[in-house]
Write a new protein. Structure first.
Length: 235
């Protein structure tokens, strides 16, 4: 599976052999191309959900851009046989968990509310292709080092920042599309359930509960990813 064990700055890592490196190249390229295509098509789809000039205000698009940049930088690091700092693997973990959230929230929460219109090309690219390819690539490269489980806490940073960003947008009356001052129904602080309420229909519960559930989900996913990649490294 691997070529040899090396030590970089006190961090034990394993160099990837050429076969696994080429597979990683392929998935990184897939992530980059699918992200660019998905974002572009979304920006051109002015009459659809998460489309047009407000497209860059959504976590989906932002997480796609971030994971594409992470993949590009990772591609260049591998191509140049450069030393990869342990911090990079944490960044890779954070980006992968964020794009996982993008995919899971769309499939489980958003798609059922949007109906068959949800499964257009741009949504498939940004919510399915990119997340799956990113997760596969994570396990290819992250299994070459041992990531401390304490670093899992960092996976909540991007969603927390986005919750703050969307909250500011709500207060300031930003238009996220269709005249709404919120990006997703579960971040609509002005809904009938508000911050802490509950209901038998959308959004079912207040924004605070949605945020807490999503953060717990992120921590669980991050813990699972690190546990699996560390197990792959040791075996």
């Amino acid at each position: 599976m691997y070529s040899h064990i090396i030590v970089k700055g006190g961090v034990i890592a394993i160099s990837i052999n050429n076969t696994r490196k080429n597979i990683s190249y392929a998935f990184k390229i897939l992530v980059i191309i699918a992200s660019i295509a998905g974002v572009y098509i979304s920006a051109q789809a002015g009459s659809e959900f998460m489309g047009g000039k407000t497209v860059f205000m959504y976590f989906t698009i932002q997480s796609n851009i971030i994971i594409a940049l992470i993949s590009l930088i990772g591609f260049l690091l591998l191509l140049g046989n450069m030393d990869i700092n342990s911090i990079w693997y944490v960044i890779k973990l954070v980006g992968t968990v964020s794009i996982t959230l993008t995919g899971v929230v769309f499939v489980v929460v958003l798609a059922p509310t949007l109906g068959e219109n949800a499964w257009n090309l741009q949504n498939v690219l940004t919510h399915v292709v990119v997340p799956i390819a990113s997760v596969v690539d994570y396990f290819i490269v992250a299994s070459t080092t041992k990531i401390k489980k304490a670093n899992v806490i960092y996976v909540i940073i991007p969603p927390l920042l986005y919750a703050l960003y969307s909250g500011v947008g709500y207060v300031c009356g930003w238009n996220f599309g269709y005249g709404n001052n919120y990006p997703y129904f579960f971040l609509n602080w002005g809904s009938k359930v508000g911050a802490f309420g509950f209901s038998h229909e959308l959004p079912f519960m207040g924004c605070v509960w949605w945020i807490m559930i999503l953060l717990i989900f992120l921590l669980i996913v991050g813990f699972c990813y690190v546990t699996i990649s560390n197990w792959m490294r040791d075996n």
